[in-house]
Design a protein around this ligand. Structure first.
Ligand code: NAD
Length: 508
């Protein structure tokens, strides 16, 4: 694939229009595969956030949007899916040249997953339980009681650079499906597809329903997390920034969804089919050069087959092709930036210093035609112990730590010995053995003989410090609503209202 890079300047997208930032500052978006300038993007300010939140508030106050019938909303979600499909090639190209994701993955997975997400929620909004009638209560007295699900209001989304358009969709789709309005702040490495997505979506929703303010986390992100008119904040990113967002959001008691980091364990049992488990474990950790939150970065392998497994992993890893993400033959593209590359290399150094055995990779790679890119060879460490830094901290790069165990109980204990709980996996030929392990694993998604398989009708999110709340599936619709209890008394006579005596002692 080739992408025609005509260096464009992107303003902010507010109220259905492209609008210049009040400060007139920009930042550069650079292709991580070759260092070329891709775009100049407006660096928003607190005042720009105010403008976007005002637009989103005005759009939310319109009954036309908030009270729209589910059937009409469903049509809008299907129309968005259609528009994403029509613009798929452009979205994939923009995302590849800014995030370093391969067009093979983006074109055959991410963009289709987005289409399916809007269609899935388009189906769910039709039969969603917006109102529930409760049986007439014996206490305190006869009444009609309902529980209504209502939109929350203006939602803010702050997203990371690793899967920008997909993660933005995980927030936009349920927010719009439930009648909210949204302001999004994408990561500064990768704002282009979110901006384009907002433009596409605005063709079928009223102005102000979707807005994008680009800029720094410190300025734009914090302004959103503290804005009194933002009622929900949905954040995806590192656990460290997530903690900060949670504390900022506490001042105005915002409804908060956090999708954070991981250090996900993959447990290989002795009876596993290695022809599945070895490529599967590498698929689990090296896809998108290890820059996926639910990557299986710790692999637990039984003593008896440890050396055999290490040899097999090494052989397969060394066949992976690093290259330009636009080339269909590329297995692994670059990591996002020079800073990220340095951070990954310093973790690799730490792994060596702490006594892990480097099996393969461990160094930067120069790719022909992409000399200014940030490529790191797929790296495997053996003889890792669960207390080493490379087994405890999220590296967010192509680094696998292989940890030895003798009893399955020990593997499970070590697997759970982490602050994270995003994903986990078990490889075995015996599904009953798998379920026993799965029940003990403290993670939001557990795969048996597979990895990275997320579906749009199933919830995704973390246990422990990997997050709060769930995205995708029906759970994501709940996450963008609030609950109202409506009570209608069926006792028209004051004298029969025994509960009035709680105040009036002497009614006659
Ligand atoms: P990050 O936490 O550095 O940044 C995420 C977003 O937060 C960016 O838009 C950034 O500009 C913004 N931000 C930074 N500082 C801020 C502040 N003080 N106030 C408000 N906003 C601020 O994360 P990243 O490096 O972009 O992404 C990688 C991280 O994201 C990894 O930890 C990964 O595990 C996590 N992630 C989690 C999931 C999930 O679903 N759980 C999915 C993808 C990525």
């Amino acid at each position: 694939m080739s992408v025609n890079v005509e260096i464009k300047s992107y303003p902010l997208f507010i109220n259905g229009e492209w609008i210049a930032s009040e400060a007139n500052r920009t930042f550069d978006v650079v292709n991580p595969a070759n260092g070329e300038l891709v775009a100049k993007v407006a660096s928003g300010t607190k005042k720009d956030v105010d403008r976007a939140v005002e637009a989103a508030t005005a759009a939310f106050e319109q009954d036309e949007w908030r009270e729209m019938a589910p059937k009409e909303r469903s049509k809008i979600l299907y129309a968005i899916a259609q528009k994403i499909m029509e613009n798929a090639e452009e979205l994939v190209g923009l995302e590849a040249i800014s995030s370093g994701g391969t067009v093979r993955r983006l074109g055959s997975n991410d963009v289709l997953q987005m289409v399916d997400l809007f269609q899935t929620l388009g189906k769910f909004v039709i039969d969603y339980t917006y109102s529930e009638t409760l049986p007439s209560p014996p206490f305190p007295g006869p009444a009609h009681n309902f529980i209504w699900r209502e939109p929350i209001g203006v939602c803010a989304a702050i997203t990371p650079w690793n899967m920008p358009m997909l993660i933005a969709s995980w927030k936009i789709a349920p927010a719009l499906a439930m009648g909210n309005t949204i302001v999004i702040k994408p990561a500064s490495y990768t704002p282009l597809t979110t901006l384009r997505l907002a433009e596409i979506i605005s063709e079928v929703v009223p102005p102000g329903v979707i807005n994008v303010v680009t800029g720094s986390g410190k300025e734009v992100g914090e302004a959103l997390a503290t804005h009194p008119k933002v009622e929900k904040i949905a954040f995806t990113g590192s656990t460290e920034v997530g903690r900060h967002i949670m504390s900022l959001a506490s001042n105005t008691i915002k409804n908060t969804t956090l999708e954070l980091g991981g250090k996900s364990p993959s447990i290989l049992l002795e009876d596993a089919d290695l022809s599945l488990a070895l490529p599967g474990s590498l698929f689990g950790v090296f896809l998108h050069s290890g820059q996926l939150c639910e990557s299986g970065t710790r692999l637990f392998v039984p003593d008896k087959i440890y050396d055999h497994v290490i040899d097999g992993l090494k052989e397969l890893s060394e066949k992976l092709v690093l290259g330009n993400p636009l080339d269909l033959a590329t297995d692994m593209g670059p990591v996002i930036s020079e800073t990220q590359k340095e951070s990954i290399l310093s973790y690799i150094e730490k792994g060596k210093q702490e006594g892990a055995r480097l099996v393969c990779g461990g160094q930067e790679v120069k790719v022909e035609g992409c000399e200014k890119g940030h490529f790191i060879a797929p790296t495997i460490f053996a003889d890792v112990t669960n207390d080493m830094t490379i087994a405890r901290e999220e590296i967010f790069g192509p680094v696998l730590s292989v940890i030895r165990y003798s009893e399955v109980e020990d593997a499970v204990r070590m697997a759970n010995d982490t602050i994270y709980g995003l994903a986990a996996g078990v490889w075995t030929a015996d599904v009953n053995k798998a379920y026993k392990v799965v029940r003990k694993l403290r993670a939001g998604v557990v795969w048996i003989n597979d990895w990275h398989m997320l579906r749009n009708d199933a919830p995704f999110g973390g246990y422990k410090q990997s997050g709060i709340g769930r995205e995708m599936g029906r759970h994501s619709l709940d996450a963008y609503t609030q609950v109202k209890h409506v009570h209608t008394s069926m006792v028209p006579e004051a004298e029969r209202r025994t509960w009035y005596s709680l105040l009036f002692s002497n009614q006659s």
